[in-house]
Design a protein around this ligand. Structure first.
Ligand code: BES
Ligand code: MN
Ligand code: ZN
Length: 488
């Protein structure tokens, strides 16, 4: 989809649909649209059809006006980025129900920050075009172009920057959603590795991307026995996918993103109950979000260095599978008593986090669908963030607010860490029934002492269940906002 910013006279612009964010009081630009459309907005408000309340969407069919369809989007009461994004998403969905190919978005009416508004509009338009089947069939949806209009010439550059950024984030989300939604018999560790290689083939002029795929033998040489213990019970070969985006000079230390990619989590010998087990195909959404970010970085060529590390494996129960009570030695040398084979995410992450040190990182962020407990704590609204550096946690919280992809912090206190005590190894891989998200974080913290690190638990936010079951593309918006700020 094509995005352009324009400050031409509204009466000179043509589009199949026009989107007008407005409350019950009309702004100057709303008054212009009202005039051009034979007072249709005034009438909709007078006859009570349109109240202007936040999130209300009303489509007016106006065959005799220059805009055949005007979609009114209520703005009264919109007060934060999350509400704005939700409203924009509603408008985009309404738009997709029509067969409009070209859209005109009357900009500057949702927030004073034109760049942020343009970014949300482009992100949501692209993200709302995602459709699992269409995506597979590569059939293009109806919507072809969106013009983001603003009266001020001076706003056009900001609008343009916002559109480019948002469009790339939206596409990155769609990459993550598609990989998440693919079933585990297609989206295997090898498939993920191929996708990484495909993204790295993007032709770039200001940056470069390379991939390296480590297989079982490579991991054995590196003594990644914790990671390999998870792959042991599966016939699918594990892969450690390393994707290196270089957007600035080589001696700038990279941000390393480590994404959990368990392409199917059966629980292993600590087998999960059958109900809802299909959703464990989503246990690779952390890794998928890293690929989504890489896709977006390639599109934007941001001046920053980012390394993606994706440990990819199945967690299955065959005759060779790890058994509860088994002890393994991680790459760091620390030993782990595996009391529950279903706490496998931390076992693949710890070796990946040890490996991350090799890139002399500025910052390491891991992204993982790590614990059911984070859903009890934060529901499906915020992802959990745990960090050994308060400034980093603050930056991520701020990026989450700005991108309407929120995170909320949980503590990494030593009282929680003590719950990992084992009689037979340096630590157990579970901390008992309480504070499951925090003890998982404390486990990872034992492998990240040499650099600034944050852990994002996205088990509640990476996909939705029920009638609308599907991956969300989160936390691609959060990570991209963080990297955008970092690249400044
Ligand atoms: N992938 C799951 C976490 C998960 C569970 C995500 C449900 C989304 C929904 C993870 O590997 C896991 O099984 N975690 C266990 C840890 C426990 C055994 C300490 C959990 O959360 O139950
Ligand atoms: Mn598990
Ligand atoms: Zn898992």
């Amino acid at each position: 989809m094509k995005f352009t910013a324009s400050c031409a006279e509204l009466s000179d612009l043509k589009a199949d649909s026009l989107i007008l964010p407005t409350g019950s009081e009309l702004s100057n630009s709303a008054k212009v649209v009202n005039k051009l459309t034979l007072n249709s907005i005034d009438s909709a408000i007078e006859n009570g059809e349109f109240k202007g309340k936040s999130g209300q969407v009303l489509a007016l069919n106006l065959p005799q006006s220059p805009f055949k369809r005007v979609i009114l989007l209520g703005t009264d009461g919109l007060s934060n980025q999350r509400q704005i994004k939700k409203a924009v998403m509603t408008a985009c969905q309404a738009l997709n129900k029509t067969n409009a190919k070209t859209v005109l978005w009357v900009g500057g009416l949702l927030t004073d920050n034109i760049e942020a508004e343009a970014s949300i509009v482009a992100q949501s338009s692209n993200a709302s075009l995602y459709n699992y089947k269409k995506h597979n069939a590569k059939k293009s949806p109806n919507l072809e172009s969106l013009t983001f209009w603003n009266a001020e010439q001076s706003a056009i550059q900001s609008a343009d920057t916002g559109l480019k950024f948002g469009a790339a984030v939206g596409e990155g989300m769609n990459v993550a959603k598609q990989l998440g939604n693919l079933p585990a018999n297609i989206c295997t560790p090898s498939y993920l590795a191929e996708q990484a290689i495909k993204i790295a083939k993007t032709k770039l002029d200001k940056a470069s991307i390379t991939t390296e795929i480590l297989d079982r033998a490579d991991m054995q040489k590196l003594k990644m026995d914790s990671l390999l213990s998870v792959a042991e019970g599966s016939d699918e070969p594990p892969k450690l996918i390393v994707i290196n985006y270089q957007g600035t000079d080589a001696n700038t230390k990279p941000v390393v993103l480590v994404g959990k990619a368990v392409t199917f989590d059966s629980g292993g010998i600590s087998l999960k109950p059958g109900r809802g087990m299909d959703e464990m195909k989503y246990d690779m959404c952390g890794g998928a979000s890293v690929l989504g970010v890489m896709n977006a970085l390639a599109q934007l060529q941001l001046p920053i260095n980012v390394v993606g590390i994706i440990p990819a494996t199945e967690n299955m129960p065959n005759g060779r599978a790890t058994k509860p009570g088994d002890v393994v030695t991680s790459m760091s040398g620390q030993t782990i008593e595996i009391l529950n084979t279903d706490a496998e995410g931390r076992l693949i992450l710890c070796d990946s986090l040890t490996y991350a040190a090799k890139f002399e990182p500025d910052t390491v962020i891991d992204i993982a669908t790590l614990t059911g407990a984070v859903i009890s704590a934060l529901g499906k609204v915020a992802s959990g963030v745990l960090s050994n550096d308060q400034q980093l946690a603050n930056d991520l919280i701020e990026s989450g607010t700005q991108s309407a992809d929120p995170v909320w912090q949980l503590p990494l206190w030593e009282e929680y860490d003590e719950l990992l005590k084992s009689n037979f190894a340096d630590m157990a891989n579970i901390g008992g029934p309480q504070a499951g998200t925090i003890t998982a974080g404390c486990f990872l913290a034992r492998y990240t002492k040499d650099y600034k690190w944050a852990h994002l638990d996205v088990a509640g936010t990476a996909w939705v269940s029920g009638g609308n079951k599907g991956a969300t593309g989160r936390p691609v918006p959060l990570l991209m906002e963080y990297l955008r700020q970092k690249a400044k």
